[in-house]
Design a protein around this ligand. Structure first.
Ligand code: ASP
Ligand code: MG
Length: 406
């Protein structure tokens, strides 16, 4: 007998037919003698429409009331899912986050889980019930309802799996698992049987939006092994776990294309200490996240000057330009260029730590395909380049063919 935590995302519980499907799957596991804790999200679109309703009342609603409102999305789903279990003759009970013993801090709309007291859940499981828990919500020690930030049901499932010492944690979604590339961009993309936490985190932050990053970080911290799989079929998914020696045998796990960044270049920045600090301090003060940064060598001009390029989220471009324009007299650069037509192409793999020549092979592949590299950045397990947006997809396919086909 195993204790299994399963999480079903919004599309997996989008309507009553899907909810019955989920119930049938859960009943199947239970028939094998397993104990089941089922975490569900709000039905797809519900959280968004609740937010929209709130904004119709006022643009900046009170955050405690936002949590009170948003928590209802998941409460709808737990009750319907419990009913669907009953309809199959399976004993089941729904619990809010608070009833499941999830205690959070008081930061409304993005609360952190402080601890979980799974006593009630254990008792209900031992009594033979399937326990259905509302994802994305918790309660402060003072009894206030909180939510965990968008996509937070993943976190509920991972944290419950850790607290219950579950044998298995399954994250059901509308894709079959984690792929070597987005199959819409690379038709020969393959589903990965396994991936390390670090690779998954890099892929998530690079725009492969399979799971909330915070949940993966939590899983890594507490050593929760989980599987990402589809609720629409019975295919095995992708296992996410701590890196093993055999994982290093694969140099590159995946390739991604992020089309949501824009590049800003400051031309003729005086080559003096403190200039970069001023630019990036001002951006930080404006709460603008900077990703890649490149500064080239002095032109040999008098006085010496450099060009400074960096990327920001496309959504922040206007704000960033305002901040930069405000620095013009203080920093004294000559001109500003902004380019929204860029793509950030990245390869990720723990194997590159022990394998020389990965960057060279990536750059050579791009060169052979006539693709110019505008910026480069690297970490231990990732290499990213900025290329012209129009060539992004071709670049991704070329890299996939070189590193990941077969
Ligand atoms: N319903 C919440 C959201 O849409 C939480 C989740 O789906 O994980 O963000
Ligand atoms: Mg969701």
């Amino acid at each position: 007998m195993a204790l299994i935590v399963q999480k079903y995302g919004g599309t997996s519980v989008a309507n009553t037919e899907r909810i019955r499907h989920v119930a049938a799957r859960v009943a199947g596991y239970r028939q094998r003698g397993d104990q089941l804790v089922v975490v569900v999200s709000a039905m797809s679109g519900v959280t968004d429409s609740l937010i929209k309703l709130a904004k119709e009342i006022m643009p900046l609603p009170n955050e405690r009331e936002m949590d009170m409102l948003l928590a209802t999305g998941e409460q709808t789903t737990i009750a319907l899912t419990a009913m669907a279990m009953h309809a199959l003759g399976v004993p089941a009970i729904s619990l809010t986050g608070a009833q499941a013993g999830i205690t959070t801090d008081g930061v409304h709309t993005k609360a952190k889980i402080m601890n979980i007291t799974p006593k009630a859940v254990h008792e209900l499981l031992d009594g033979g019930s399937v326990v259905i828990v509302a994802g994305f919500q918790g309660q402060t020690p003072q009894g206030q309802i909180t939510t965990l930030g968008r996509g937070g049901s993943d976190l509920t499932a991972i944290a419950l799996a850790a607290a219950l010492k579950a044998d298995l944690c399954q994250i059901y979604t509308d894709v079959d698992g984690v792929y070597t590339a987005d199959p819409r961009l690379a038709p020969d993309a393959r589903k990965l049987a396994e991936i390390s936490y670090d690779e998954m985190l890099e892929l998530a932050s690079l725009g492969a939006k399979v799971m909330q990053s915070r949940s993966v970080e939590f899983a890594k911290k507490f050593g929760v092994v989980f599987e990402v799989r589809s609720s629409l079929n019975d295919n095995p998914g992708t296992i996410v776990k701590e890196e093993t020696k055999s994982m290093e045998g694969v140099v590159i796990r995946g390739v991604t294309l992020d089309r949501n960044q824009a590049k800003i270049t400051l031309i003729g920045v005086p080559d003096r200490p403190g200039m970069a600090a001023r630019v990036f301090k001002a951006l930080a003060d404006g709460a603008i996240n900077v990703d890649m940064i490149v500064q080239n060598i002095s032109h040999g001009t008098q006085p010496p000057a450099t060009d400074l390029s960096f990327t920001v989220d496309k959504a922040d471009l206007l704000k960033a330009r305002k901040v930069i324009d405000g620095l013009r007299s203080e920093v004294g650069f000559r001109d500003v260029l902004a380019d929204e037509k860029i793509g950030k192409l990245s390869i990720v793999g723990v194997g590159m730590r022990s394998q020389p020549g990965v960057a060279a092979k990536m750059f050579d592949t791009l060169a052979q395909n006539g693709i110019n590299i505008e910026m480069i950045s690297t970490s231990e397990i990732k290499i990213s380049v900025v290329v012209e947006l129009a060539k992004g997809e071709a670049a991704l396919r070329a890299i996939h063919a070189e590193f990941l086909s077969k």
